[in-house]
Structures are given as C-alpha cells and as structure tokens.
Design a protein around this ligand. Structure first.
Ligand SMILES: [Zn+2]
Length: 371
C-alpha cells in the first residue's frame, strides 16, 4: 500500500498551496542527500517527499489525487515503481526555493546543493602487440603522462553559485515568469573554485605527472580495439573524478604467421624431393615451434589444419586453428643431369596427374576453410 502524499509531507488534506510548499521545503532540507550522506532511509524519504510535492503542487494532479488516490496515476503517466529520479527532484528545486540560491534557500546544505560531478579528460594511447602477445594475453606497463591534482591546491565554494553548481535565471515571458537553471559559468558546475595553488600547477590546479600504468590485455584482442582503464586519465579539479585511459590496440605483423579472425595461416614451402618422399618440418606457432609430418606424395595446395593452435576468441568461446598451406617448390633451374632425369620421366606413369577425390580442388578447399 502506497503511503498517502499528505501523510508523507505531514500535512492535512485541506492544506493550502503555501502550506504544501512549506512542508516540502522542510522535508527536502531535512532529508537532502548532502546532509545525509550514505543514508538510504533519508534518500528514500527525500524521494517520497519530492514525489508527493510533484503531485500536490500541481492543481490538476492534486485534484485527481484527491478524488482517486494513487490509482489516479497508475498505468502510465504516474511514477510507477521507480519514483522520481534525483535529476527530476533537483530540477524541481528552482521552483520550490524560488531561485534563492545563496539567499538562504540552500544555506542549509552546507554549501552543497545540486552539483555536477566534473570528470577529468580521457587520455588515449596506442600499444603495439606481437601476435604472440595477442594470442596469449599480456600485461603491459605503460608510461603515461597524466594530469594530477597538484599537492597544495585548495578549493573554496564558488561565489557565483554558492556551491550549487547551477545558477537560476528568471525571465519574463508572455506565459509568465520562467525560471531556467543553467550550469554555473564560473565553476562549470563543480560548485568549487581554486583558492590557492602551487606555482607549478595549471589554471585548474593540475600538474603533469609521469606514471606507469599496468594494463592487462586479454588474449584475442583485435587491431583497432580500445580498452578502457578506469580513472587513469587526467584528474578533475576539486572533488571531481578522474577521466579514463583509453588504450588502442595495434597488432604488429608476424614474420611467418598471418591472422584472419581467430585463425592463423602459415605458408609452408616443401622441396620436390620432400614432397615426393615425405618429411617433417618445424613451423612457427604462437606458443613456440612445432614439428609437423608431411606425408610422402603431398600435393601442392594441401591445407593441414592444426586445431586450437590459432587465437583464442576474445569472447571466450574456444580457439581458432592454424592452417598450414603446403606449397611444393618447383625448381626454376636444373643441372644437365637433373634435366635429363625429368625428361626421362615425362612419359612415366608415376608422373601423370591422377587426382583422387580426396585431393580437393582449390575452390572446395577455400569453402572448407571458412566453414
Ligand atoms: Zn559556481
């Protein structure tokens, strides 16, 4: 059962507009989050009071509420289960406190009021990774020049907005007096300005410091991908929060392996005698060298698939394969003796191509590779 709006504000049903406003003002000051930090109960009361005031201060809504109770706002148009958010509530303040920022209205908040959290700027850096680092993941120590709050900088409440972070402007329009709250131009919404700062600090009380930031890079990252290291960008002045460090991944070319998604390709060249007689060869993988066997009679274009020897999926779903492409190297020049040998083999039945169904055509292999 939802609490009665009049009960929440501690007033009777016949309360006048002025009484409603006064009651809400009292509640808002008492339960304001700045006065009750980390107090969930106070925050709840603060929100409930705001919701009650939102309805009772509006003649039309009040009339509906008086007639139908909470049902009047059910099924859309009401506040549902979520109630009002803090921004709604604070935007209501310009109205309830009559724009009297600093004139007494907000003094009860100890200089608090509606402050915008100022965030420091983000920093961007690029980090080069070898294919092995991409495949195995790596922790990189990166030197970053970031702005930090200079020790010795002190802040004071902004005079323009009295710490509210916003200023209210009243303009006369044909619809009556309009109040608009805008971000304070002096403190950019922070509510604070610099009081004292050391000589080496900039206008915002910040100075550049070189720091080593450790960045954990997961296996499977892709060239161009951006990782975020929270709060390792530039500090914000005063009580703001630091920006983030954005790390762009740049993948270096590998001398023998080519990446394609999570799969890797390796071009292997086999001499004619090795292709005919069979052999074994050492090849590069991202986890070190591996020796693989080449069967006698291997055909050029054959693809050997080494399962799981590719790049781990960034999403954590398994690993790609390493595809070894066999290229039989045909000699371009021969000695007289060798030439005679091949001449004599021209009519030999062993040298006549007899492709088997297992010797897939190039196109079928390509199809197979991507399946
Ligand atoms: Zn200000």
């Amino acid at each position: 059962m939802k609490e009665d709006y009049y009960d929440i504000l501690g007033i009777s049903k016949g309360a006048s507009e002025a009484e409603i406003k006064k009651a809400y003002r009292k509640m808002a000051l008492k339960y304001h989050p700045d006065k009750n930090p980390d107090n969930k109960e106070a925050e709840e009361k603060f929100k409930k009071a705001a919701e009650a005031y939102e309805v009772l201060s509006n003649a039309d809504k009040k009339a509906r509420y008086d007639q139908f109770g909470h049902q009047a706002f059910e099924g859309g148009g009401g506040f549902g289960g979520g109630g009002m958010n803090m921004d709604d509530i604070f935007s209501q303040f310009g109205d309830i406190f009559g724009g009297a920022f600093g004139g007494g209205g907000f003094s009860g908040f100890g200089g608090g009021g509606r402050q915008r959290v100022v965030k420091g700027s983000n920093l961007r850096i690029r980090v080069k990774l070898t294919l092995e680092e991409v495949a195995n993941g790596v922790e990189k120590k990166i030197k970053v020049k970031r702005k930090i709050q200079a020790p010795g900088t002190t802040y004071k409440t902004c005079d323009t907005c009295n710490g509210a972070g916003q200023v209210t402007r009243v303009t006369n329009t044909i619809l009556g007096r309009m109040q608009t709250a805008t971000t304070c131009p002096t403190c950019s919404g922070a509510g604070q300005i610099i009081d004292k700062k050391p000589a080496d600090a900039d206008a915002q009380g910040l100075k550049v410091s070189e720091e080593t930031v450790s960045v954990k890079i997961p296996a499977g990252v892709v060239d161009g991908m951006q990782l975020k290291v929270t709060s390792k960008g530039n500090d914000a002045p005063g009580n703001g929060i630091a920006g983030d460090l954005l790390v762009a991944i740049q993948e270096e070319d590998h001398p023998t392996l080519k990446r394609e998604g999570d799969n890797l390709h390796y071009d292997m060249y086999v001499s004619l005698p090795d292709a005919v007689l069979g052999t074994s060869k050492e090849i590069d993988t991202v986890t070190g060298k591996v020796r693989i066997k080449i069967e006698a009679g291997v055909q050029s274009g054959k693809i050997l698939r080494l399962r799981g020897k590719g790049i781990p999926s960034i999403n954590g779903y398994g690993k790609g394969d390493l595809l070894v492409h066999v290229n039989v190297w045909t000699p371009k020049t021969l000695s007289k003796k060798q030439k005679e040998f091949f001449e004599s083999m021209k009519e030999d039945e062993h040298f006549v191509p007899k492709p088997e169904s297992s010797d897939k055509s190039f196109f079928e292999k390509v199809k197979d590779m991507f399946s």
